[in-house]
Design a protein around this ligand. Structure first.
Ligand code: F6R
Length: 368
């Protein structure tokens, strides 16, 4: 059932070209060269979505990180403000929810107790509720008014991997559909972006074929006591997610930060024992992240960079470089998160950890 892989987690990481294909299937169409998005589950609500004043995304853990990427995507494309909330905090603070708010609940299992409770709260306040779930027929998918399944297929490993990338793809499709309805984006651009989305499975295949460098890095750093993950813009949430993956399966202390925040405190942690993983792809913030890398290098930190193919400049700054195929910056999290999943996996295996069943964790958190 693990398809020849030693653990479900690595099987699920390697399934991502296929799981993303399944997320996209039947939702992207090209007619006379023009791209169109069709999301059956939201079709009747698209007008309401397009005239919304505010969206709220409610989730926990990895799904909360996917929601943060979603915030960047939604605001970029739709120009409607988004609030991202931890379900566990939101539900207990008598949240301000207006009747014309649209609240999304993002959950792989669809059973997370805090997310479900937040959903009940939002419903009682009269907001439109939308589920983004993987498990078909789950509580959150049943209790929301409408929604979109991510169709990543069963995720058995406790650490969420393929659900994260499919959540991000689903949120991208919804954001583009709303933007198109609002007239915020031309058919020409939508078409270009949909072609780009279609190209992602192949790019992931390419990325996975460089797996051996991740094993090499894991060998070098599996005895570290701490790790930092840094990113900016669309890849700031990826830094948080990379750190969470490492913590939960290898038990190494790791933190993710927006790279520019480092100088406001955490830079004090940097010494020659601190591995720092930078997501430093060639996007509009590239020059900024390079200067952040220089700051860490000057203080002796050991740098691992997730960089774009063809970026030769970065080799002089980083001890290890992992190459991701070129992609439009707002879709990059689905690529950049994958080497971080692999890094966590290989480190955990070398440390002899139970990768699929990490201590103290359960796949679906049905208690609060
Ligand atoms: C991380 C992880 C957890 C879940 C969180 C939410 O790898 O698995 O952080 O992401 O418990 O679960 P769902 O998405 O099922 O609501």
């Amino acid at each position: 059932e693990k398809g020849g892989f030693p653990h479900f987690m690595i099987k699920e990481i390697f399934e991502q070209p296929e799981s993303i294909q399944n997320t996209i299937r039947g939702r992207i169409y090209f007619e006379n060269g023009s791209g169109r998005i069709q999301l059956g589950g939201l079709a009747d609500y698209l007008d309401r979505l397009a005239s919304a004043k505010r969206f709220i995304f409610c989730a926990c853990g990895t799904s909360w990180h996917a929601s943060l990427v979603g915030e960047y995507l939604f605001e970029h494309f739709t120009r409607i403000p988004v609030c991202v909330e931890y379900a566990s905090e939101f539900r207990y603070r008598n949240p301000i929810i207006y009747k014309d708010d649209i609240v999304f609940f993002i959950s792989q299992s669809g059973e997370t107790a805090d997310t479900l409770a937040a959903l009940k709260e939002a419903k009682s306040k009269g907001a439109l509720t939308i589920g983004i779930c993987n498990v078909v027929g789950s509580s959150i998918s049943r209790e929301t008014e409408c929604g979109v399944y991510i169709h990543a297929g069963p995720e058995i490993g406790v650490a969420s991997t393929k659900a994260f990338t499919s959540q991000v793809i689903t949120l991208s499709l919804i954001a583009l559909a709303i933007a198109s309805k609002r007239g915020e984006i031309s058919t020409k651009l939508i078409t270009e972006y949909l072609h780009e989305l279609n190209s992602i499975p192949k790019k992931i295949q390419n990325l996975l074929s460089q797996n051996s460098i991740m094993q090499e890095i894991a060998k070098e750093f599996n005895n570290a006591s701490n790790f930092l993950y840094l990113g900016r813009g669309f890849n700031f949430p990826v830094a948080l997610e990379g750190a969470l993956k490492l913590k939960e399966i290898s038990y190494i202390h790791a933190e993710g930060y927006p790279a520019a925040e480092l100088k406001h405190g955490p830079i004090a942690l940097i010494d020659e024992f601190m591995p720092v993983v930078f997501i430093a792809i060639k996007d509009s913030l590239y020059p900024k992240i390079i200067s952040n890398i220089e700051e860490i290098k000057a203080r002796g930190g050991r740098i691992i960079a997730i960089a774009s193919e063809g970026d030769t400049n970065i080799e002089s700054l980083a001890e290890y470089v992992i190459r991701v195929p070129q992609i439009i910056d707002f879709f990059s999290p689905v690529l950049t998160s994958i080497p971080l999943q692999l890094l966590a996996y290989y480190i955990a295996v070398l440390r002899g950890c139970d990768v699929d069943q990490p201590r103290n964790l359960a796949k679906s958190v049905t208690v609060e």
